[in-house]
Design a protein around this ligand. Structure first.
Ligand SMILES: [Zn+2]
Length: 357
């Protein structure tokens, strides 16, 4: 295949977005796009380029006093009659337009065109963000080459519709079990109904007043919800066991241990097991490159409610923000699209921040 990422395409973030969208890269099928990106970066004299699996990293080494990471994932969710891309007026439609090849285009365009950024830059294009974390290029690289991620600040180019989203909330899943005594439903007074017992758990969750908290000027809103329920033996049996899966989204001022303690307090008296947890990330607005970046954007950041890979950077001690042109509400949507104006606007902001002019 001839590389569609030609010099003319690389010079224009809009054309580049479109070319990237038109290289199919559903999770675990990122080889073709990673090959194209790697080939482009290896030809750039001011970059050193490395590859791990289908993750490509390129960096400047200009001896600047600080280093920033610009990161984007190369994969998309499965196609949904939205490939290849199409243009309708000022909108580009297609799988990955919003999440997040328009953001990847920002990084790749700057990598190729900006020879002397004011900070050293690590450009990071990674695989498998949309599926389980064991495949995630950031997870794999932080195990195999942790030094690739060293930086003073990271910008994740996930869709935020052109505003800066700071930090992210943590997420915890737990299973709550109610138990009873099995009996024939014709003589139900011999049993104790575990599904009925779940009613109290559900009532506590329905009545739960989720916390709202402002951290560094960013609002976070928590949520605690039953997301699945499973119980019952047969149509004539009083059930002796019911499992309720609960998802708790917690603000980044709580550690996972504090989140778990709070969950146990709300559901006190019930058997509860935490099955999965990812910590949140504090906003991280104090790092000097972050301050400069916010000045270039010129608008106040808002709190990120969903979980993103900024938390992985935060776990490495690197403050990180989200900023991308796509509308996050359109991510994973069959009508996924991106506004051309947002691509141009965002690319100009990043250029003025890193070029310092
Ligand atoms: Zn994404």
């Amino acid at each position: 295949m001839e590389n569609p990422l030609t010099p003319e395409v690389l010079a224009d973030p809009v054309a580049l977005t479109r070319a990237l969208v038109d290289i199919e890269s559903v999770s675990l099928n990122e080889k073709a796009i990673a090959d194209c990106v790697e080939e482009v970066l290896r030809a750039v004299p001011h970059l050193s380029t490395y590859r791990h699996g289908n993750t490509v990293m390129a960096r400047t080494d200009l001896g600047r006093g600080s280093r920033v990471v610009l990161a984007g994932h190369l994969d998309t969710v499965p196609l949904n009659n939205n490939f290849p891309s199409t243009m309708r007026g000022d909108l580009m439609y297609g799988c990955g337009t919003s999440d997040m090849k328009s953001g990847v285009a920002f990084a790749l365009h700057l990598a190729v065109t900006l020879a002397e950024p004011r900070h050293d830059v690590t450009y990071f294009f990674y695989e498998a963000e949309e599926i389980e974390s064991r495949y995630n290029g950031l997870t794999l690289v932080s195990a195999a080459h942790p030094e690739w991620l060293q930086a003073d600040f990271a910008l994740l180019l996930e869709p935020t519709h052109g505003v800066v989203e700071a930090g992210c909330q943590g997420t915890m899943r737990a299973t709550v079990v109610t138990t009873g005594v099995r009996a024939h439903s014709a003589r139900s007074w011999h049993g104790v109904n575990a599904v009925h017992a779940a009613g109290d758990v559900l009532r506590r969750l329905a009545e739960y007043q989720a916390r709202r908290v402002t951290i560094d000027g960013c609002d976070y809103r928590e949520g605690m919800n039953a997301v699945r329920i499973h119980g019952g033996v047969a149509g004539n049996v009083v059930p002796d066991r019911c499992e309720i899966e609960v998802n708790y989204r917690f603000a980044p001022d709580r550690t996972p241990a504090e989140a778990e303690a709070h969950l146990r307090e709300v559901l006190a008296g019930y058997e509860l097991a935490v099955t999965d947890c990812a910590p949140g990330a504090l906003p991280g607005l104090d790092a000097p490159p972050a301050r400069e970046f916010l000045a270039a954007v010129g608008a106040a950041p808002i709190g990120k409610l969903g979980w993103t890979d900024v938390a992985r950077f935060a776990a490495l001690g690197i403050p990180a923000l989200n900023f991308g042109p796509g509308d996050p509400n359109l991510a994973h949507h069959p009508d996924e699209h991106v506004e051309i104006g947002k691509i141009r606007e965002g690319a100009a902001i990043l250029h003025s921040w890193l070029a310092g002019a």
